[in-house]
Design a protein around this ligand. Structure first.
Ligand SMILES: *[C@@H]1O[C@H](CO)[C@@H](O)[C@H](O)[C@H]1NC(C)=O
Ligand SMILES: *[C@@H]1O[C@H](CO)[C@@H](O)[C@H](O)[C@H]1NC(C)=O
Ligand SMILES: *[C@@H]1O[C@H](CO)[C@@H](O)[C@H](O)[C@H]1NC(C)=O
Ligand SMILES: *[C@@H]1O[C@H](CO)[C@@H](O)[C@H](O)[C@H]1NC(C)=O
Ligand SMILES: *[C@@H]1O[C@H](CO)[C@@H](O)[C@H](O)[C@H]1NC(C)=O
Ligand SMILES: *[C@@H]1O[C@H](CO)[C@@H](O)[C@H](O)[C@H]1NC(C)=O
Ligand SMILES: *[C@@H]1O[C@H](CO)[C@@H](O)[C@H](O)[C@H]1NC(C)=O
Ligand SMILES: *[C@@H]1O[C@H](CO)[C@@H](O)[C@H](O)[C@H]1NC(C)=O
Ligand SMILES: *[C@@H]1O[C@H](CO)[C@@H](O)[C@H](O)[C@H]1NC(C)=O
Ligand SMILES: *[C@@H]1O[C@H](CO)[C@@H](O)[C@H](O)[C@H]1NC(C)=O
Ligand SMILES: *[C@@H]1O[C@H](CO)[C@@H](O)[C@H](O)[C@H]1NC(C)=O
Ligand SMILES: *[C@@H]1O[C@H](CO)[C@@H](O)[C@H](O)[C@H]1NC(C)=O
Length: 551
C-alpha cells in the first residue's frame, strides 16, 4: 500500500557475512536432459544509470550446431544478477526482434557482499523469433544517486536444446507479431493511460491467432489493489493511499470491439509492503511476471482482408469514467497460425457478446474520517463466436468465452492507519475450435493483508499477507496444459531508519508450491524463511522439494 510505499522501501543491512542467494519459487523448466545443447552468452551488462544510459542491446544469431535452425526441442534463458549496496527494485523487460518475451523485477541488494539470483525462463514458445538473427534487448531502468548505489550486474545466457526422436521439435507458430511500440532502443511496452493503439496487418491466410498480454502497474498503480474508490477518497489522508479504486481490467480491443480482457494477478515487487518479507524468497511472480492469454481467432475473418486493423490495449477501473492513475506498462504478442494454402481465409464472426466494460459496483459505509469500509465488485461475461473458412477449405467453428469475477474489500480504522484488504479474483476462460479445447485458463488469485502503521508518523508498521496463485492453464494449442498452485504467507515488521542506521525490518515467508502438467511432469516445494534484520540473519527453516522434475 500506500503512497509512502510504492516500490520504495529499502532494507539496509547493518553488516553482511555472505552473498545472499535470493529466489522465487517456480518449477524447473521442462527441457530434455539427454540431448545436445548449445549455449550462447548474449551479454553481460551492468545496469547503473541505465534510466539515462539506456538498455542492454546485443545481436543474437541462431546457433548452427544444435540441429537445423528452428528445429530445437526447447530454448531457455538464464538471467543471473548480482548487486550490492542500496537500491530500489527495478522492472526488467526483455524483447527480441521488438517483441516482449519476459517481464521480470529485481531483488533489492544488501550492503557488503550483496545478493545474487538466477532465474531460468522457458522461451520455447518464441522459437519463431529465435530462428532469425536480431536485436536482443533488456531494459532495466536503474538510477545511481545520493543514497542509492546498487548496480544490477547481469549475465544473460541462452541455451538451445537439439531435438531428437525422443524430444521432437517444439510446436511453433508460423509467425509472431508484436502489439508494442516497436522501439528498438527500449523495452517496447506502452505506458497507459492513454490507450495504446497499433495498426496491424495479418497475412490473409491466417487461420488462428492467439494473443499473450503483459501488464504491470507502476507509480500510483503499483499498489492498484489498495487504491480507494473515489467516493471514499475524502475519508482518508492522501498520505496513505490514492484514487480510482482497487479494480483493474486490461482490455484488448480490435477495431474498437472487446476481444478479451485480463483480471491481473497481484505481483509484489521486492520493495513492497515490507522488504524483509522478500529476502531471500520473492513474492510469487516477481522474477517472471504472469502473462495472460486471449484467443483472437474469432476476429480472423475480419483481419484477413489484406488491410490493417487497430489493436488497442488499455487498463480501466470501476469508476464511472473508468479512469486510472499513471501508469501501466502493457504489450502483447500475437502467435499466428497460417493455412497451407495461400488463398485468403474467409468467414464470419457470428456472435460478439462482450460489453465495453465489466459490470461493476462500489459500495461502503463510513463511520467517520479514516474509519470506513469500501467494496468493489466486478463481473465479466464474454462470448465471441466465428466460422472460419480456410483457403484450403477447412471450416472451423470457434467459441471464445470468459467468465470472470472480482471483489476487493478494504477496511480502514484508527484514522486510516490500520487497514485490511480481502481480494478475490477468479475466472474461467476457454476457447474451442470445432469443439476441441485449444485455450483454457481457470484461475483464482486470492489476496488478503493486514497493515498497521502504529501511529500517524507512518514511520514503522507491521503487515501480513496471505495470497495464492492457483491456475490451470493451457495458453494455446502450441503448449502443454499445466497446473500451478502457490500459497504464500508472510508477516513482519518494518521501521524507517535514520540516515546513520538505515531502514530495518524482519519477516517470515512461507511457501507451498506445486506444479503438474499434461505430460506427467511434477514438482513440489515447501520453503519457509525467517529474516531478522536486527541481528542480520536469514534462516531457511524448512525446504522440501519433490516431484519428478526435482533433481
Ligand atoms: C560491491 O559492488 C561494487 C561495485 O558496485 C564492487 O566494486 C564491489 O567489489 C562489490 N563488493 C562485493 C563485496 O561484492
Ligand atoms: C546461469 O548462469 C550462471 C552464470 O551467469 C551460472 O553460474 C549458472 O550455473 C547458470 N545456471 C543454470 C541453471 O544454468
Ligand atoms: C532502430 O530503428 C531505426 C529506424 O527504425 C534504425 O535507423 C536503427 O538502425 C535501428 N537500430 C538498431 C540498433 O537496429
Ligand atoms: C490506423 O490507421 C488508420 C487509417 O486506416 C489511421 O486513421 C489511424 O490513425 C491509424 N492508427 C494508428 C495507431 O496508427
Ligand atoms: C474521472 O472521474 C474522476 C472522479 O471519479 C476524476 O477525478 C477524473 O478527473 C475523471 N477523469 C476523466 C478523464 O474524466
Ligand atoms: C459468411 O456469411 C456470408 C453471408 O451470410 C455467407 O455467404 C458465407 O457462407 C458465410 N461464411 C461462412 C464460412 O460461414
Ligand atoms: C467494516 O467491516 C467490518 C467487518 O466486516 C465490520 O466489523 C465493521 O463494522 C465495518 N465498519 C464500517 C464502518 O462499516
Ligand atoms: C502527509 O502529507 C503532507 C502533505 O503532503 C505532508 O506535509 C506530511 O508530512 C505527510 N505526513 C506524513 C506522516 O508523511
Ligand atoms: C514507531 O515509531 C515511532 C516514532 O519513531 C516510535 O515512537 C514508536 O515507538 C515506534 N513503534 C514501534 C512499535 O516501534
Ligand atoms: C510460517 O511457518 C512457521 C512454521 O510452521 C510458523 O511458525 C509461522 O507462523 C508461519 N508464518 C506465516 C507468516 O505463515
Ligand atoms: C520482528 O520485530 C518485531 C518488533 O521488534 C518483533 O515483535 C517480532 O517478533 C520480530 N519477528 C521476527 C520474525 O523476528
Ligand atoms: C536472530 O533473531 C531471530 C529472531 O529475531 C532469532 O530467531 C535468531 O535466533 C537470531 N539469531 C542469532 C544468531 O542471534
Amino acid at each position: 500500500m500506500f503512497n509512502l510505499f510504492w516500490s520504495f522501501f529499502l532494507l539496509t543491512s547493518l553488516s553482511s557475512e555472505a552473498v545472499i542467494q535470493d529466489f522465487q519459487v517456480a518449477q524447473p523448466s521442462v527441457v530434455p536432459v539427454d540431448t545436445k545443447r548449445c549455449t550462447v552468452e548474449i551479454f553481460r551488462h551492468d545496469f547503473a544509470n541505465s534510466f539515462v544510459d539506456g538498455s542492454a542491446i546485443a545481436q543474437l544469431d541462431p546457433p548452427e550446431d544444435c540441429g537445423p535452425v528452428g528445429s530445437w526441442a526447447a530454448i531457455t534463458l538464464n538471467l543471473t544478477v548480482t548487486t550490492n549496496g542500496t537500491q530500489f527494485d527495478r522492472l526488467g523487460i526483455f524483447t527480441f526482434h521488438g517483441v516482449e518475451i519476459w517481464r521480470t523485477s529485481t531483488f533489492e541488494p544488501t550492503i557488503g557482499d550483496g545478493v545474487i539470483w538466477t532465474y531460468i525462463k522457458d522461451v520455447t514458445q518464441y522459437i519463431p523469433l529465435f530462428s532469425g538473427s536480431g536485436e536482443f534487448l533488456l531494459e532495466l531502468d536503474n538510477l545511481i544517486e545520493t543514497g542509492l548505489d546498487g548496480i544490477y550486474s547481469t549475465t544473460v545466457i541462452a541455451t538451445y536444446y537439439e531435438s531428437s526422436a525422443e524430444h521432437p521439435p517444439a510446436k511453433k507458430a508460423d509467425m509472431i507479431i508484436p502489439i508494442s511500440t516497436l522501439s528498438n532502443t527500449t523495452g517496447d511496452d506502452a505506458s497507459v493511460p492513454p490507450t495504446f493503439s497499433l495498426n496491424i496487418t495479418v497475412p490473409n491466410n491466417a487461420i488462428a491467432i492467439y494473443a499473450e498480454i503483459f501488464a504491470s502497474g507502476n507509480g500510483l498503480e503499483e499498489d492498484w489493489f489498495f487504491n480507494v474508490p473515489d467516493e471514499f477518497l475524502p475519508e482518508i489522508s492522501s498520505n496513505i493511499t490514492s484514487a480510482h479504486d482497487g479494480f483493474r481490467e486490461v482490455r484488448l480491443l480490435i477495431d474498437g470491439l472487446v476481444a478479451g480482457v485480463v483480471f491481473p494477478y497481484i505481483t509484489i515487487f521486492s520493495g513492497g509492503f515490507i522488504p524483509s518479507f522478500w529476502r531471500p524468497i520473492g513474492s510469487y511472480g516477481v522474477a517472471e511476471l504472469p502473462t495472460y492469454f486471449i484467443d483472437v481467432s474469432p476476429f480472423v475473418p475480419l483481419l484477413t482482408d489484406g488491410f490493417h486493423h487497430n489493436f488497442s490495449l488499455d487498463v480501466v477501473s470501476a469508476e464511472a469514467n473508468h479512469t486510472i492513475n499513471p501508469n501501466w506498462f502493457v504489450s502483447g504478442i500475437l502467435q499466428v497460425i497460417l493455412d497451407a494454402s495461400s488463398d485468403p481465409t474467409t468467414g464470419n464472426m457470428t456472435v460478439h457478446s462482450a460489453s465495453d466494460f465489466a459490470d461493476t459496483s462500489i459500495t461502503g459505509s463510513v463511520t467517520d474520517f479514516g474509519h470506513f469500509n469500501a467494496t468493489v465488485t466486478a463481473t465479466r461475461d464474454i462470448r465471441i463466436e466465428a466460422d472460419i473458412l480456410s483457403g484450403s477449405g477447412q471450416l472451423t467453428h470457434v467459441v471464445w468465452i470468459q467468465d470472470l469475477q472480482f471483489s476487493n474489500i478494504q477496511t480502514y480504522k484508527n484514522n486510516g492507519i490500520q487497514a485490511t484488504l480481502t481480494q478475490t479474483s477468479i475466472g474461467n476462460s476457454s476457447s474451442t475450435h470445432n469443439g476441441v479445447t485449444v485455450l483454457s485458463d481457470v484461475f483464482s488469485y486470492p489476496f488478503s493483508t493486514n497493515f498497521d502503521y502504529f501511529d500517524e508518523t507512518l514511520s514503522n508498521w507491521t503487515s501480513s499477507i496471505d495470497h495464492s496463485y492457483d491456475r490451470a492453464l493451457l495458453p494455446n494449442p502450441l503448449r502443454v496444459a499445466s497446473m500451478i498452485n502457490n500459497h504464500q504467507t508472510t508477516d513482519g515488521f518494518f521501521q524507517l531508519g535514520t540516515e546513520k542506521i538505515g531502514n530495518f525490518g524482519n519477516g517470515t515467508n512461507n511457501n507451498t508450491f506445486s506444479y503438474s502438467d499434461a505430460e506427467g511432469k511434477t514438482y513440489t516445494r515447501r520453503v519457509n524463511a525467517i529474516n531478522s534484520n536486527f541481528n542480520d540473519t536469514i534462516t531457511i527453516s524448512l525446504d522440501e522439494v519433490g516431484g519428478n522434475l526435482a533433481h
